[in-house]
Design a protein around this ligand. Structure first.
Ligand code: ZN
Length: 229
């Protein structure tokens, strides 16, 4: 038995007060095991062995797609995402603003290269707020739901959520996704204003607005990893 799992390398074990053993593959394809304080090595190995197919599939995915997931370098020709399109970056020597988008390119002022990540994030956040506010206003009108306050978050995987006060939260990273995916998430969270769970009633509410919502969920599963800077 031992040889069977020895070839799966655990890169890091993080122990905490959690109750179950969880596995995570990082963008650099490392395996992180999250474990309860007292879990034994044997218990960890058992879980790793059981999840071997999942681990290998995910590690392969991250290795093959590393270029699309790794932190950006902010160099000429590098590709960025905006509303589902791939837009190349040009370093500009003749503009007065830090960052602009025209029909073909992002133009980043050479004076701001050192702060490029912060400047891009700020730009994405502003566009996300504008676009999502607009879509929330539209769909809440269409669905007959009172319009809600929108907060923009920094979440990596939690694309949207609906607070207990009825405020809606969306990650700024969504502005990199196609508009139809943004619309689906807006409708998803607006539906939670009235139905808190993921019951049949909830999904039929979503489906009335977004008939192909399953396609958008799949898009997020397949592409969510790429919505990074
Ligand atoms: Zn939900």
């Amino acid at each position: 038995m031992i040889e069977e799992f020895m070839d799966i390398k655990i890169d890091k074990i993080v122990r905490s007060k959690r109750k179950t053993i969880g596995l995570e593959i990082t963008p650099s394809a490392e395996l992180i095991v999250r474990a309860p304080l007292k879990a034994s090595f044997e218990e960890l190995n058992k879980v790793v062995l059981k999840k071997r197919t999942w681990i290998e599939r995910n590690q392969r995915f991250f290795k093959e797609n590393y270029n699309r997931i790794k932190p950006k370098d902010f160099i000429d020709g590098e590709e960025f995402r905006y509303l589902g399109n791939v837009v190349k970056l040009k370093i500009a020597y003749d503009i007065d603003v830090p960052l602009i988008l025209d029909d073909n390119h992002f133009h980043l002022s050479n004076h701001f290269i050192d702060d490029a990540r912060g400047i891009f994030e700020y730009w994405y956040r502003e566009q996300a707020k504008k676009k999502i506010d607009e879509r929330v206003a539209y769909y809440s009108w269409l669905m007959g739901i009172e319009s809600r306050r929108v907060n923009i978050t920094n979440a990596l995987k939690r694309w949207g959520s609906c607070g207990t006060n009825g405020n809606l939260n969306f990650s700024w990273r969504l502005i990199m996704a196609p508009l139809r995916v943004i619309d689906y998430l807006v409708v998803h969270e607006l539906s939670h204003v009235e139905v808190k769970n993921h019951s049949k009633e909830f999904w039929s509410k979503v489906e009335r607005m977004i008939p192909d919502y399953r396609g958008d969920e799949k898009w997020l599963r397949d592409n969510g990893h790429f919505l990074v800077l």
